[in-house]
Design a protein around this ligand. Sequence first.
Ligand code: AMP
Ligand code: MN
Ligand code: MN
Length: 327
Amino acid sequence: MFDKEIMWQSVSEAARVGIAGHIRPDGDCIGSCLAMYNYITENYGCSVTVYIEELPEKYGFLAGSDSIDLSFKDTGNFDVFFALDCGDEERLGKAAKFMKKAVHSYCIDHHKTNTGYAHENLIVHDAAATAEVLYDLMDPARISKNVAECLYLGIVHDTGVFKHSNTTKHTMETAGALLTYGVSSARIIDGTFYEKTYLQNQILGRCLMESILCMDGKVIISSLDRKVQMLYGLVSSDTDGVIDQLRETKGVEVAILLKEMNPRVWRVSMRSQEEVNVATICSKFGGGGHIRAAGCMLNGSVHDVINTLTREIEMQLGPHTPGGIEN
Ligand code: AMP
Ligand code: MN
Ligand code: MN
């Protein structure tokens, strides 16, 4: 049974604490990991190591970002290890081995598909972000502006700036409380969410231009094969926001973005509006996520992948009138 008092007690008794999030980290993952890093460093006497796979430049202003171990160096066993915002053990990537060897491991998350792989697990399905869960675990009197900034950033990113359907009264109240610590909301929202590099805008444009609409306009799909990714020299964060823009297309229920990671191996991102449970679909193929935002990996040609996914969507939405792919 998860008990927050026992969790903080184990941190206070620990000499070494480790923290990690998921591979291809997003804003909630980075914000949550750095919030925990700063909170423990500021309030407890232990040494803290935070592992994150990559840190896009825009997050470099967050306190603790200089201390991130990007190389996943094995420095011996941890007394306490936190897996944050990570729905399954495999997605911890190179940090999975650190968690396995830790004396106490804690998983704090909000993914519907999380099966609880740590010693103690706190999975809050209706929380918009892991950062929202973390705020409830922390003592408000011991939260600094640095910690508040990290948490606020996590919430901003996982709610798409408070607009996704996961945004609750509690989410807004948490964000409101975080503002009282002096967080610069505009800097975080504009500087890390809306601002796009020229390359990101080019890719967004390309994905929109080449998108296809199918299933009577209810599904929109865009894909980036390896050739295109290499042509532009894309990194994972270069496609941030593309799927959200696709989903905003009028009449669309499901948006799909496919990225070819290895020949005929596709990384699938799915978003839905209000009917289709994309977590169920992605779980079927070994992935996971949330009801309205999920992902998985699929093999085959781009057409194989599209057929597989649209079949699953059809099973949830019911058959569409024939007409095939529209442009
Ligand atoms: P993304 O489309 O990558 O932004 O992911 C949407 C949501 O699905 C996030 O909460 C991810 O953590 C989750 N997700 C994405 N890909 C996978 C995967 N292969 N396995 C499990 N969860 C995933
Ligand atoms: Mn995440
Ligand atoms: Mn999250």
